[in-house]
Structures are given as C-alpha cells and as structure tokens.
Design a protein around this ligand. Structure first.
Ligand code: ACM
Length: 554
C-alpha cells in the first residue's frame, strides 16, 4: 500500500497524504535569505526524508506537479519520484499573489506548496533544500514548519566575466547552482570585451578565430607587467551557450547576455577592423593585452549597425527567456570619434554637438532593433551620459563615485534601475588584507574591503529616496570581473559567502536585518559549501581550499 509514502501536494488543497513521521527534530531550519515569515515547531517529529519524497501521480502529471518535481530535483533534493497512486488532489496556483510569492507547510504527513506562479516553485524548493536537518535518529528530515515568503526586489543578479580569464561551462554551472540556492534569478553573462570575444557567431567566424585569443596577459601580481604568453582560443559554442541557458532555466535563473557596444570592443574590432574608426592615423586594432579602458570604439557606419543586427539575430534565439539584453555602454572613450573624419561628418549630418552623442545613436539604434523582438535594452549607467536614452532602457548603476547619484538620475528620468555600485557589489574587489585574496595585489584595489559585512550593510532603498524613486529600484546585482581571477577556486573565494549577503539585502528591508544573526546562518551553510567543494572564504579570511587557488586556470 502506498499510503505510508511521504507525499508532496502542490496547489490550493489536497487530500490528506499520509507519511511516516520522522524521529524528533531538534534543529530549527536556517534559511538564506531569511523568509518573510518562517515558523517551525522543534522538539517534535517532522517529515521523514529517509525514503525520499514521492510525488502523487496526479500531481506529477499536471504542469505544476511536473515543474515542482523538476524544481525540487534541481535544488538538490534528489529522491523525488512521481508515484502512481489513486487519490484526489487539486493542483493550482494561488490566485492574486505575486509572481515569486510562495508558501510552504510541512507536517509529518506531507508538504504543501502554494505558489504565485511556477517561477516561485524554485524558491520554495530552495527553502526546503536548506531546511533539511538530521532528526534524533540521525536521518534526514524536515522540521514541521510554515513559510510565507516573497522577495523585496524582483531582479537579483550576479555578473561573471569570462573575457579577462576564461570560465569553463562546468564551473559556470557550479556558479549557477550557488546562485540558485540563494534565490538569485538573473545571470548576467559578460560575453565580449577588449580582451576577448567569447560567444560563437556563425556569420562572423573571425570574432572567435581572431577575437577569442590574445598575445599576452598582464601578470596577476603586477597589472603593469606582461606574461608575454599567447593565450589559447577560448569561446563558448552556440551549443554550449544553449546548454548553460537551459541549465540556468532549470534552476529558475534567466541568463542576460552582454554584448559590449560601442566601447570595450577591441576584440571585435580586431576581428573586423572595418567596424572601427579605420580612418584615423595609426589605426591598428588588436585584442587587448592590457586591462583598463582601451580607445577602440565602433564607428557609426550603417555597416556597423548591420553587423550588430546580425549578431543580435544569432544572440536572441540563444537566450529565448532574456527579457533584457545588455548592451554594455560603459567606458566608451570619445577620442577616436573626435579624430575620425567619418565620425565628424556623421555628427554634422545628424546635428550632433559632441562626440558622446554618437553613443546615443548606438543606444537608440540597438533598442529599436530589439524592441520588435520583445526585448528591452539594459546598459551600464554611462548610457545616460551626453543625451537621451530610450525610456524603456534599464540602467545598471555602478559608478558609486559620480555626482549626482547615477541611480537617482536614472530613476528621476523614469528608468528602471538595477543597483550594482562598485562601493559594495564588486566581488572582484578585496575583502580585507588577506594574502590569499586575489585582489590582494599591488594594483590599486587593495584598499577595498568589501567583505560580506560591508555588502550586508547596503540599503537599496535609503530614507532619502522618495517612494517614486524607490519604486524604480527593481533589483541588485554583484559583478565579479576577472582580471585578478584566473581560476574557479579564486572566483568562489571572491563570491562565497558575499553572495549570501547580496541575496538577503535584495530580499529583506535593511531594518529587518542583523549581521551578527546572519553570520550564524552563513556558518550553517558551511556543510553545504563543503559538500559542493566550494572554496569559500572563512570568517577569518582563510580560504577553504588554499591549494586549489594555485592552479593556472582552465
Ligand atoms: C564597469 O565596471 N566598467 C561597468
């Protein structure tokens, strides 16, 4: 008889599902980010997980049931199996709730999930995965608990940069797994930059033949010196991109690709020099072998716009769920446009009074290209410099030093804003004076001390924002640039546990957070970090896997 199999019920209600209660549970669930409401009953039997979770047949055949099984399995609850049985269950979505709202009710007899949409199943599944404890008999169990939860901010992201140093598909997936555990839902994939073009575009093979390798790389210990060693080509094939995007989707994460326009484009221009300002003196583009801001910008030619359109025609189908397409837009120098007779004539023809307005032509043209495909552009906050931006553009505010505040400027102009200030969310920056820290090198970032406590101190909706301004802040993102990070263990050291702090800052209002209490929940994650073989940063700054950090890279 199947009645003693633990059952998961999806939807509004269900028949009583009978399960074997666990032994007494004495450990309270510890969840990051902290749910809005979490009540647990300790000192009594919980829901036994010894035999895995069997999902009721009729539930598992419904769309919601199948999605729940997938979400639970993706969250690492592996013994989730559709189970044939007779029974009456209703399956449904809780009406009138937000897209990411969910509620969980665990009793010794079963688990009930209610969700605002299928997207929230991933959030519920991660809460369950984090809540698994050991019962008094040493077996896995869930405490009896009720959770009702939803995030404060809709966009919770991490940006990774495989341009300066490569990151394998497998390691990228591991980062996605870490993101999903803490309910981040956007992976911003920085796929093109001066030092490498990393995405296969079939119509333009030289982008990867030429643009995915470079002649040398600055030394990790001294960014002014070179290793004088050519790199191997590195790029993601379209099949690999599809694979990563599908994996991310299976975890409830949307991938936002970034194609840098019009600056940070040396690799692209080295591959196809006619895309750049080829009428200036001494023009000799090459894939960059130094860090920082390079002079090469795209030229405002119709052929360049056609190139961008062709690239987007291949990019968009690879990212079918990406409502936003990142067009870069940061640090685009104006010098080549000022020196180029073609760019000068273009300015005259279009009545432009300063070369910076050429960037706006790019921004508007790309926004117009993408709009018919239902995609909005998102760009670094420099897209607002020197003129107007399409009103639908999302602004990613990173320059924390500019006055007036870039985020407020964007909000006041009616843009949705993602905050990723380099004062708090640049995970490549040092976390303190610890020699193991990749950023602990004499190249100017040493003074940053963005440890998890600093990340946690951030308030995305400070009191001086008006309600209208605060409403424009739709999300947070951490960026982990890779100039100093040549291997995955170093990346993990920079990201974990700062990512936990980012997740909770995006989830809960500042006044409900307490760093000392949060530290206990970070420590409760150490066993999972170890199970995942993550090179996390201990509280004293030491890395979990110091030897792994010495590897030369992929
Ligand atoms: C940036 O850090 N250049 C966005």
């Amino acid at each position: 008889m199947k009645s003693r199999i633990p059952t998961i019920i999806i939807g509004l209600l269900g028949s009583v599902a009978i399960a074997a209660p666990s032994a007494r549970v004495d450990i309270a669930p510890s969840v990051i980010p902290q749910p809005v409401k979490l009540d647990s009953a300790i000192g009594q039997p919980g829901f036994a997980l010894t035999g895995g979770i069997k999902v009721h047949y009729r539930v598992s055949r419904s769309e919601e049931g199948a999605a729940a099984i997938r979400a639970l399995m993706a969250a690492g609850i592996t013994d989730v199996l559709p189970e044939e049985s007779e029974g009456e269950l209703q399956v449904g979505i809780e009406p009138g709730k937000g897209r990411e709202w969910y509620a969980v009710n665990v009793t010794p007899e079963g688990i009930q999930l209610k969700v605002g949409s299928l997207a929230a199943l991933h959030l519920a599944a991660q809460t369950l995965a984090q809540s698994i404890v050991t019962d008094a008999a040493g077996q896995p169990a869930l405490p009896c608990m009720q959770v009702e939860d939803e995030p404060m901010l809709a966009y919770r992201g991490l940006m990774l940069d495989p341009c300066r140093h490569p990151l394998s598909v497998e390691q990228t997936k591991k980062m996605l797994r870490i993101m999903a555990r803490y309910k981040l839902n956007r992976f911003h994939w920085h796929l093109t930059d001066d030092q490498g073009w990393r995405i296969e575009i079939k119509k333009y093979p030289k982008l990867t033949e030429v643009g995915s390798r470079r002649d040398a790389t600055p030394l990790l210990t001294d960014h002014e010196a070179s290793d004088n060693t050519p790199t191997a080509p590195f790029f993601y094939t379209q099949d690999e991109i599809r694979d990563v995007v599908a994996y991310a989707n299976s975890l409830g994460i949307t991938v936002i690709p970034e194609i840098e326009i019009p600056g940070h484009a040396s690799a692209c221009i080295a591959a196809y020099p006619e895309l750049g300002n080829d009428d200036i003196e001494g023009y000799a583009p090459k894939v960059a072998t130094t860090w920082g801001v390079l002079p090469f910008t795209m030229a405002p030619k119709e052929s360049t716009f056609r190139f961008i359109e062709d690239v987007m025609a291949e990019v968009l189908p690879l990212f079918p769920k990406a409502d936003l397409i990142h067009i870069g837009g940061d640090e685009a120098p104006r010098d080549q446009w000022a020196a180029s007779p073609f760019a000068q004539a273009y300015m005259q023809k279009h009545g432009l009074t300063n070369p910076g307005q050429i960037q706006h032509k790019f921004t508007h043209r790309v926004a117009e290209m993408l709009a018919p495909h239902g995609r909005r552009i998102i760009g670094w906050d420099e897209i607002m410099m020197d003129g107007s931006v399409p009103p639908t553009a999302v602004v990613m505010a990173w320059r924390s030093w500019v006055k007036p505040d870039a985020a407020l400027t964007a909000a006041n102009r009616g843009h949705d804003v993602i905050l990723s200030p380099d004062s708090h969310f640049y995970f490549n920056f040092a976390q303190g004076h610890i020699p193991a820290d990749p950023a602990y090198t004499p190249h100017g970032w040493v003074e940053a001390k963005q440890d998890w406590r600093h990340v946690y101190s951030f308030n995305p909706k400070p009191a001086h924002y008006t309600p209208a301004q605060a409403a424009r802040i739709i999300g947070l993102q951490a960026n982990c640039w890779s100039e100093s990070i040549q291997n995955a263990p170093k990346l993990e050291y920079q990201v974990v546990p700062r990512i936990c702090a980012l997740a909770e800052v995006a989830w809960r209002p500042a006044e409900l957070r307490n760093a000392d209490e949060f530290l206990q929940r970070i420590k409760a994650e150490y066993p999972w970090f170890k199970e995942m073989n993550i090179n996390f940063r201990h509280e004293d700054g030491t890395p979990a896997l110091p030897d792994a950090m010495q590897s030369p890279g992929i």
